[in-house]
Design a protein around this ligand. Structure first.
Ligand code: GLU
Length: 454
């Protein structure tokens, strides 16, 4: 068994966003890749900003994305409790340990870490090569703004505030020590905290974990970092839109990591097999909602038919698309026709509604296309109707009817497709038309063609 122990340590002070999900995922992947342990630790020391609601969203989202944790809330473990709010006594004891070692002292009611010498801003990181530059830049700026000469990193810093509350840096490191964390994989926004963390490890005389600070996620356009307020930033949005969790997870894997063969849609087992820290990109990733949507569509189309039916049925029921007359066999038949072209479960009700209801929505843009460039949709529908009226209703005969209409009017059979598709479904695209007509049935097809002409 591997000795790797990694943790995801969210603070429940806001909704669960893409960046947090990606950090959790990279930890989870590394644990599964190495056969180590994935620990979930809730950093809920900020009483003012924490909420039960946020905690619930974090746990739900992790479960939805299939990231199971080996130790943490609900599952327990040997190093609990896994809520920092329940570890206050431990933090006090650990502070006393430092006091005894002469590494912490009291001043103005707060407890400070005593630094011996300058704080080092240089450390090894699996991903970041120029720690010193990254680290020093904001401090220089800070010094200029405030007109100070003293470098921030040379100063002692607070471990426990005068109100008796421990600070983030202290509890974060104490828990990494106590929970025997071997690798800290977290967002680059924590780079500037790391030198403080290293000092705390040093004060305890404990070897620090290995670090991998993962680059930022930039928003779709522009130079900025993706923030919680950006469109598409929250995992919940994808849950609400009925994205497949496996597709969202697949996309998150690609935010800073590339599979060896460059193939972007791949099963999670394959990602686990390939995932190495050194393969994580060193440059920022850019969030691309279109790509996520594309991966979702491809994943939907590749689902086993029975699984697709099981997922689609409750969605169509909720949208009141299926009345009691629709049998499971009929539903499966229809879904098997459209699965190859489905784009999303969110729009599935509109996409298949016309099979089950006569008052389906008509896409105005699709209609406009029919009449563009001198198109005469009514004439085409009239011409094909003659040929469809008398045939036996099977795929070969329907196809033959289109060919016959084409021959009679010196047109390509496909000239009839768009008008017929619009007449029966109100759409400008969709699954292969002959299959659609066959599944729709003779009566409905002919009735809709007639009412289109009228
Ligand atoms: N609670 C911190 C955060 O949410 C965790 C920092 C860390 O991973 O060390 O950013």
């Amino acid at each position: 068994m591997s000795s790797v122990r990694v943790r995801f340590a969210p603070s429940p002070t806001g909704f669960f966003h893409i960046g947090s999900a990606r950090t959790a995922l990279f930890n989870w992947l590394y644990a599964r890749h190495t056969g180590g342990k994935f620990i979930l630790r809730i950093e809920d020391t900020d009483k003012e900003r924490n909420s039960e609601e946020y905690l619930k969203v974090i746990l739900d989202s992790l479960r939805w994305l299939g990231m199971d944790w080996d130790e943490g809330p609900d599952v327990g473990g040997d190093f609990g409790p896994y809520f920092q709010s329940q570890r206050t006594e431990l933090y006090k004891a650990k502070l006393q340990e430092l006091v005894k070692l002469g590494k912490a002292y009291e001043k103005d009611g707060a407890w400070w870490l005593r630094l011996d010498g300058k704080r080092s801003t240089v450390f090894d990181d699996h991903l970041k090569k120029e720690i010193e530059k990254v680290e020093a830049a904001p401090m220089v700026l800070d010094d200029l703004v405030r007109g100070r000469v003293e470098r921030a990193e040379d100063r002692d810093f607070v471990l426990f505030r005068s109100n008796g509350e421990p600070v983030f840096h202290f509890v974060n490191v104490v828990d990494d020590i106590e929970m025997k964390i071997t690798h800290v994989i977290r967002g680059e926004d924590h780079l500037s905290n790391t030198s403080k963390h290293l000092e705390i490890f040093k004060a305890f005389g404990v070897k620090p974990p290995e670090y991998a600070h993962i680059p930022l996620i930039l928003k779709t356009d522009g130079p900025g970092k993706m923030s919680k307020r950006d469109r598409g930033a929250l995992i919940e949005e994808y849950q609400n839109k009925n994205y497949l969790p496996s597709a969202v997870r697949n996309y998150l894997c690609l935010l800073g990591w590339t599979p060896a063969d460059g193939k972007e849609i791949l099963p999670i087992d394959e990602v686990i097999k390939q995932f190495e820290l050194k393969a994580i990109h060193q440059s920022n990733a850019r969030f691309d909602e279109k790509k996520m949507s594309h991966i979702n569509a491809q994943t939907l189309r590749a689902l086993p038919a029975s699984e697709f039916v099981a997922i689609a049925k409750p969605i169509l029921q909720n949208a009141n698309i299926l009345n009691d007359n629709v049998s499971d066999a009929r539903l499966a038949e229809v879904l098997s026709i459209i699965q190859e072209k489905v784009n999303s479960l969110e729009h599935l009700p509109e996409f298949v509604g016309f099979f089950f209801n006569n008052d389906f929505k008509k896409d105005e843009a699709a209609f406009a296309n029919l009449t563009k460039k001198g198109g005469e949709p009514t004439a085409r529908v009239r011409e094909i109707l003659v040929h469809l009226q008398s045939i036996e209703w099977n795929v070969a005969a329907i196809e033959a009817a289109f060919n016959a209409a084409g021959t009679e009017h010196s047109r390509k059979p496909t000239d009839f497709f768009a008008p017929v598709r619009f007449a029966v479904s109100g759409q400008g695209g969709g699954a292969h038309l002959i299959g659609v007509l066959h599944a729709l049935g003779r009566d409905l097809t002919l009735a809709r063609l007639q009412s289109f002409i009228a």
